[in-house]
Ligand binder design. Structure first.
Ligand SMILES: NC(=O)c1ccc[n+]([C@@H]2O[C@H](COP(=O)([O-])OP(=O)(O)OC[C@H]3O[C@@H](n4cnc5c(N)ncnc54)[C@H](OP(=O)(O)O)[C@@H]3O)[C@@H](O)[C@H]2O)c1
Length: 436
């Protein structure tokens, strides 16, 4: 349980009523409330437990619901005569609100290095009318979590500042207007933030039924990577059967999803880049993996693309790297080629660039984001993904055309180690944490 204390100045009145100006507690569920009336802040003189609203001593003049939902002045009626000497000395009221809380991965000082990650207490969220509360079994790590932890990627307005955008678990509470889900359903889903926790609330449209053949870990690995890759490759990049595709950061969570989706949609060649031969060998070894690979550190990937496509170039590039790959990306694109930009891992500024190829090759270059998209956009994307892609996905040992590849699973108590692994670019596939 988390106890939040608020010191509030009491206004004295001749009628023995004490008015507490309380903070906005809207949308927070509290379970018990106690009010201590003090002669001054340091010396509590009398204490009146208010574990239910029927306390004989102190009664709020408003109902619990009003207290919860509308900020303003809460009036407590003292249940005993207020003597003149008491009235003269009451300076402060000290209100303690006990709220439901949960464990979550928090960041000391709000941002910082890996060592600042710790498990602590946070407010347990409450679902609004169209939201579900999910008790989390596992959550996925994403590169953006590292950026957010370092203070370089603030969550969108109104979103939890707890890290984590994907999870799997059980529905444990639903809002009044939720129709699709019932308590106990096994789900996985996408969030704007808040998944590094015991509980999360998300719109009911942001969760999907967990297929029985996927484990909690496998299900938690899907949302962010596959929705991003599906959007970037198929919806934005408009990849079609028989086309050639270049996927950078091929062994990243998003990269390996994009490679498999390109194969699922019958790409002719899928060329992937990565920094080590281990990653490249692994990518070529997957059943729906890369058909060709290039080490961007030791090879000219544009030259490799030309070789594989017999001089034509690729129709779609999925890029996360930006600056260092820009010129070679433009060079790699075929006539009428499309490039989806998802991140700028090497930097976002290209000092000098000749625009001519964009015109002559009729290139289309488009950025894409997922986290900042509207609720409706995400709902539509998730629905399309559920219908078109999810039925093809199995675990890595399954026979699906698309599979989940889990690099490592950590108990969430080892979240620092998990971030260290990601920061060191060691992962081939997904890093997952289990809430244990
Ligand atoms: N815009 C969107 O909607 C969206 C959504 C989700 C993710 N993203 C972005 O997609 C990228 C992949 O995310 P993820 O969570 O799947 O990442 P991840 O699993 O952590 O993998 C990232 C990989 O990128 C490669 N990399 C890192 N720095 C690089 C550099 N300077 N040059 C070239 N390659 C570099 C590394 O592989 P190598 O060893 O091969 O270099 C690294 O393992 C991230 O940048 C993330 O921010 C964007």
């Amino acid at each position: 349980m988390l106890v939040q204390q608020t010191f509030v100045r009491a206004r004295r009145s001749l009628y023995g009523r004490i008015f507490l100006n309380y903070r906005d507690m809207s949308a927070r569920k509290w379970t018990t409330c106690s009010c201590t009336v003090c002669r001054d802040d340091a010396i509590p003189s009398r204490s009146f437990p208010m574990s239910n609203q029927l306390s004989n001593h102190v009664k709020p003049s408003t109902t619990v619901d009003q207290y919860l939902n509308s900020p303003g002045t809460l009036c407590f009626q003292l249940g005993f005569p207020l003597t003149a000497s008491w009235r003269a000395h009451i300076l402060y009221c000290k209100a303690s609100i006990t709220m439901s809380s949960m464990q979550a991965v928090l960041i000391k000082d709000g941002k910082g290095p890996i060592e600042n990650l710790y498990i602590g207490e946070a407010d347990k969220p409450t679902p609004k009318a169209d939201e579900v509360l999910v008790k989390i079994k596992a959550f996925g790590l994403n590169r953006m979590d590292v950026s957010q932890r370092e203070g370089r990627y603030p969550p969108p307005p109104g979103i939890s500042d707890i890290l984590g955008v994907e999870f799997s678990g059980h529905v444990v509470d639903i809002g009044n207007s939720v129709e699709r889900w019932t308590i106990g359903d096994e789900v996985f889903g996408l969030a704007g933030g808040g998944a590094y926790a015991e509980f999360i609330v998300v719109p009911e449209t942001n969760v999907l039924k967990k297929p029985g053949h996927l484990s909690w870990v496998e299900a938690a690995s899907l949302p962010e990577n596959f929705l991003t890759a599906y959007q970037a490759l198929i919806l934005v990049g408009e990849m079609k059967e028989g086309e050639d595709v270049l996927v950078h950061a091929g062994a990243s969570g998003v990269g390996v999803a994009a490679i498999q989706l390109a194969r699922l949609h019958h790409a002719k060649h899928v060329i992937a880049t990565a920094s080590t031969s281990d990653k490249l060998n692994w990518l070529r070894s997957l059943p729906s993996g890369a058909t060709h690979t290039a080490n961007y550190k030791t090879q000219d990937f544009a030259a490799e693309v030309k070789k594989v496509t017999e001089g034509k170039g690729v129709d779609v590039v999925i890029d996360f790297v930006g600056q260092s790959h820009w010129h070679k990306n433009i060079d790699s694109l075929a006539v009428d080629g499309r490039m989806t930009l998802l991140a700028f891992l090497s930097g976002a500024e290209v000092p000098s660039f000749n625009l001519l190829p964009i015109l002559f090759k009729r290139l289309r270059i488009q950025g894409s984001t997922l986290r900042s998209r509207s609720k409706q956009y995400q709902a539509d994307l998730i629905k399309k993904f559920e219908e078109n892609i999810l039925p093809h996905i199995t675990g890595s040992e399954g026979a699906g055309k698309v599979r989940t590849y889990i690099h490592k699973v950590y108990p969430w108590t080892e979240i620092q180690e998990a971030h260290r692994e990601m920061e060191a670019n060691k992962n081939s596939g997904k890093i997952i944490a289990e809430v244990v």
